[in-house]
Each structure stands twice: as C-alpha cells, then as structure tokens.
Design a protein around this ligand. Structure first.
Ligand code: ZN
Ligand code: ZN
Length: 276
C-alpha cells in the first residue's frame, strides 16, 4: 500500500481498510486464486489487491476493490510519475493481451522510451496481440493522470462518510423553500467542473457578488437547514462546532488555490434532477 495518498484519501485513511478486511473475513487478503483484474494473469501472487475507494462502509469487490498482480499494481500507482506516454503504452500492452509481468521482458528500456515518446507526441501505436482477451471497456482505462486526484476530494468515488442519498436530497430540496440565491448557489456548484469550486467563485457566478463571505453566509445557512431536515449528523470543527457545509460538500486546501468545496455526488445528482 505504501505511505502515499490516493484518490483523495490520505495514507492513514487508506491504511484502515486493511484491518477492516482482517476483522471481517479472518483472512489477510481477498481474491484468493483470482486472476489480475488488469492483465488477467492467473498466476497472481496472493495478497495483492488494490482499492479505488476507501470510504466507509468498505467494499472488497469491484468496482471499489480489485485483485492485481504486482507489476500492474506498481504501474497503476506510478502512472502519475511515469514518463509521458508510458502508462498509455502499458495499457496498450494489456489490451494486446500481455501480462503485466511480460512488459519489461517484451520491451527493453530503450524500446519503452522510444514508444512512450511516440505516444506522447500523438502517434497511434498498435502492438501485436499476445493472447486473446475479453473486449473492453476496461475500468483501468478511465483512471486519471491528474496528480491532483491524489489529494482532492473530487477524486473520491464516495464521500469519506456516507451522505444522504439522491432521493433524500431531492425530497429535501423540494421542501426547503429555496430562495433564488440558494438555488443559484446549488446550481452553480453542482455544475462546476468536478463539482468543485471556491466560495469566491460561487459568490461571483451565483450571486454576482465579489465577496466570498456573502456566499459563505447564505450557503452555510442553507446547509444547516438541509442538515436538520435530513436528520444528518454534520462533521465537527476542531473546536467541536458543527461544520454545516459538510452535508453538501467535502472541502480541501489545494496547494496553489483558495479553499475549495467538492459537492457530494448524491446532491449533485439531485440538483440536476430538481434545479435544472
Ligand atoms: Zn496484472
Ligand atoms: Zn493500490
């Protein structure tokens, strides 16, 4: 697993899934005698598995958790730092029926460099088929190469803590008696790229106001109302006070931008249904 963040989870958050699995099954790892979920190599060493989703409740099945062989698992995590084109070359190798363990045997370092460079320059590469495999689509083809996904909450398939489901949000939005400003905040937020934006952008785009505090006050009051209507228990700030915004979004501090909020997927879906 390593001491690294992934998909918006810190390594500490990721580490908890291991003990959770042991408690559940009494075994040390899931997927005994199951082939690699990337390259289909049946000779997968036991104990290697990978999760895309470390939110509770944990699941130990695809599409949250997959059995992987060692080379595929290593390349999946190293894809962010790989030379341009190299992850794509590895994916093409898998699509051609190659096993993860065959990659460096079939392609020397200089060949890998040359082919990766061609791919990065936009060339279409076709590799010879090594063996038949089931046609796609393959889940690992949708994995992002954006290194921000390692830390950002938008990358989490589910919020860290379960939120109300879409139907509950749809009902709450219908009963909330939303003001025009509240509806505009929800609409702009739900339609932001990756459901993620800052209070400054929300204030400007939803309220025509340059002051992020204006959005903060209106959105905070709306979030408190929704929290109570939904009977949801909000996250707490370090001083113990309720973080009302937590029902609608997960926050994070990007290294080079203002604090951002990622609307939770179930609310974003409800906004699409209710407010467009
Ligand atoms: Zn594999
Ligand atoms: Zn992994």
């Amino acid at each position: 697993m390593g001491n690294a963040p992934y998909n918006g989870y810190t390594w500490q958050q990721r580490a908890r899934i291991l003990s959770a699995y042991r408690k559940l099954g009494g075994r040390s790892a899931p997927f005994e005698h199951v082939p690699c979920a990337m390259c289909c190599d049946p000779d997968r060493p036991p104990g290697k598995w990978h999760s895309e989703d470390y939110s509770e409740p944990y699941t130990f099945q695809p599409p949250q958790t997959y059995p992987l062989c060692k080379p595929c698992h290593g390349r999946l995590h190293k894809r962010f730092n790989a030379a341009p084109g190299e992850w794509e070359l590895f994916c093409l190798h898998l699509e051609a029926g190659g096993y993860g363990s065959e990659f460096v045997r079939l392609f020397s370092l200089s060949q890998r460099r040359a082919l990766s460079g061609e791919i990065a320059a936009g060339a279409k590469i076709k590799l010879l088929s090594k063996r038949r495999r089931e046609p796609g689509p393959y889940w690992w083809r949708d994995l992002t190469l954006d290194p921000e996904s390692l830390h950002a909450p938008w990358a989490r398939p589910r919020p860290l803590r379960p939120r109300p489901d879409e139907a509950a949000f749809v009902e709450a939005l219908a009963k909330a008696g939303l003001s025009e400003k509240e509806a505009a905040l929800l609409r702009v937020h739900g339609n932001a790229p990756r459901r993620t934006t800052s209070m400054r952008t929300l204030a400007r785009e939803a309220l025509g106001d340059g002051n992020p505090q204006t959005a903060n006050v209106i959105y905070g009051k709306l979030a408190a109302r929704l929290t109570k209507m939904l009977g949801w228990i909000p996250d707490c700030r370090p001083d113990g006070s309720p973080a009302w915004m937590s029902v609608v979004a997960e926050g994070w501090s990007p290294p080079d931008r203002e604090f951002e909020w990622s609307m939770v997927p179930t609310l974003a879906a409800a906004v699409q249904v209710s407010l467009t």
